[in-house]
Design a protein around this ligand. Structure first.
Ligand code: PMP
Length: 305
């Protein structure tokens, strides 16, 4: 199946979307990106893009932090993405990767006086953390504080921090890393937010604890409250609270909702997937595949209905 990209204002075959070796973003990481899922619904014969406008709003906010002036509004980018996905004709789960980047062929560390451009790539992509439940390791790589590099913005260069943590976790035999704040509180996974169930309450670190405020995190907070009547407390979490959690799971566009069954070899709860996590997963997967009538406003269909 041919893949296409939206590149320099046009839709082109993926292999034709090429940038020069002096592109500023390549050398200095001066880009912001998004990850968006398209979820295939077999019965409906439809591909649903999950929370598309929210992802583009976050991308444009990030682009503005990097002093870019993209030529597109969130609404334009949603339309471009739907058209691109239609052209790709993929009838399976997909991943959309928009990237706003400093495109000038220029050296020199700075954000100002540089051109920028925006591209969108679509690929077929199944499971990211391909495990029933994840064994996680707390990383020795910390999440940077906002005044070092803002973790609330998906800046390409910052993801070297996440890559250090992820590879360390894999080399140590874990599935995923859990990163702490510089003062030792739980922040997030290398590409996911984290939740625990403690004392029957759902708890997740606040946005001030060096996390990316995930769109999946927001979806889970909403679903837990609206559908299961459980409020989420956003508060600082200590590492030992992870070890003692009744249940624990990660959330992210790529990883969806992935249960965590071990942290640093401490077993979480009594079974690989806790009953509350199981209930929430069922709900979440119905919602993202456009099978829950109450949340169709989060799902943008790719093909004409
Ligand atoms: N934290 C980090 C560091 C991430 O890269 C991601 C993935 N975007 C998330 C959390 C989850 O965010 P979202 O649910 O918006 O994908």
């Amino acid at each position: 199946m041919p893949s296409f990209a939206f590149f320099q204002g046009e839709t082109v075959p993926l292999e034709e979307a090429k940038i020069g070796v002096m592109a500023h973003a390549l050398h200095y990481g001066t880009a912001v990106f998004e990850g968006i899922r398209g979820n295939w619904n077999e019965e409906a014969g439809q591909l649903y893009l999950f929370r598309l406008p929210e992802h583009y709003r976050r991308l444009l906010k990030g682009a503005s932090i990097l002093k870019m002036k993209p030529a597109y509004k969130a609404e334009d980018l949603c339309n471009i993405t739907v058209e691109l996905a239609r052209k790709c004709q993929l009838k399976e789960d997909i991943y959309v990767r928009p990237l706003a980047y400093k495109s000038s062929q220029a050296f020199g560390v700075r954000l100002h006086n540089l051109e920028d451009d925006l591209l969108v790539i679509i690929i077929p992509w199944g499971a990211y953390l391909d495990v029933e439940s994840a064994h996680c390791g707390v990383s020795s790589w910390h999440r940077p504080p906002d005044n070092t590099m803002p973790p609330s913005v998906k800046i390409s260069g910052m993801y070297v921090n996440n890559a250090f943590a992820k590879t360390q976790a894999i080399e140590n035999g874990f599935d995923e890393a859990i990163m702490l704040t510089p003062d030792g509180h739980v922040a997030e996974g290398s590409g996911e937010n984290i939740f625990i169930l403690a004392g029957g309450k759902l708890v997740t670190p606040p946005t001030s604890d060096n996390i990316l405020p995930g769109i999946t995190r927001d979806s889970i907070i909403t679903l837990a409250r609206e559908e299961l009547g459980i409020e989420t407390i956003e508060r600082t979490i200590d590492r030992v609270e992870l070890y003692n959690a009744e249940e624990c799971f990660l959330t992210g566009t790529a990883a969806h909702l992935t249960p965590v069954s071990e942290v640093d070899h401490y077993k979480i709860g009594s079974c690989p997937v806790g009953p509350f996590t199981k209930k929430l997963m069922g709900l979440y997967f119905d919602v993202i595949r456009g099978k829950h009538p109450g949340y169709m406003h989060w799902c943008t269909p790719v093909f004409p209905e």
